[in-house]
Unconditional design. Sequence first.
Length: 232
Amino acid sequence: MEWATKPFHMRFTNPRLEKLTSRVICLSVCAAFLVVLGVVLNFFSTENIGDEFHVPESISGGSASQSFAMTPQRKLMAAIGVLVLALIVPCCGYCGAKNNNKSLVCCFSWCNCVGGCLNLLTVVLIAFGILGIGGMQSVCSPSSPNGKEQCKSIMDACSKFTSSEFALDTYEGCYDFMISKTPFIQGILALILALKCCSVSFECTSAYYGRELYKEMDHGECIDSADEAGWE
């Protein structure tokens, strides 16, 4: 019997099945690596929850910081929980392709399809957000006839900030303060938008190759190299 090449110590009678299996396994490994990297970066970048919310001791007699504090142990347990859940889909892809399991490959494909659609929706919302922030300058301008009425909520936002350069207790000062932060906010949103677009592309690619592998599994056969002797 003639065999195709042997990626990941597997042997195939169908070259297309070999190609799709290799791609699904590679995509699953890449997804798992990105998941682990994201969780690790998030674990070392998050701050203490009590400090983040600036809960004063006078509110609860000094016990607020204790009840809200995210101890290293809690952070570690949360990170492990997130890691386990996030690795389910890559593991489905890897194990499904490696073991010729159609159910796991189907789960891998559909989960990536759903994730890609949700991230695509996020991309659209972020794009509208960037455009909306850009339009705030003309709509909320103090010189605009209805600017103060339409954008009076920015005064509530300014009440949460302090500034030595702008008089945040006035609408004009609050507006100037918000406009000064617009390029930074748009830059952050643009970075998130670019990352989300990459995520959509990656998930759509995974969904496509997972679906193609699922369909091809009925037309080809593969075995593990450990069973090689029985197929010589």
